[in-house]
Design a protein around this ligand. Sequence first.
Ligand SMILES: [Zn+2]
Length: 66
Amino acid sequence: MRRQQYKDFDATELFCPRCRRSVPVRKRLLLVLSEGEKYDYTCVYCGTSVGDKLVKDNEGVKILLK
Ligand SMILES: [Zn+2]
């Protein structure tokens, strides 16, 4: 078995609690918010939502230094 890292939700496979294994997922635009776009990831087999992600495109990659 291969261990999966969840550092990035752009993975094409995520763990589905209903299928009890890593499954291919469908990315779907869920909401457009003032702070960014929220995407929902659903299992292609059972349709269970397995994760979501907030994409802030207008800012891109921003590093804040204190
Ligand atoms: Zn599933």
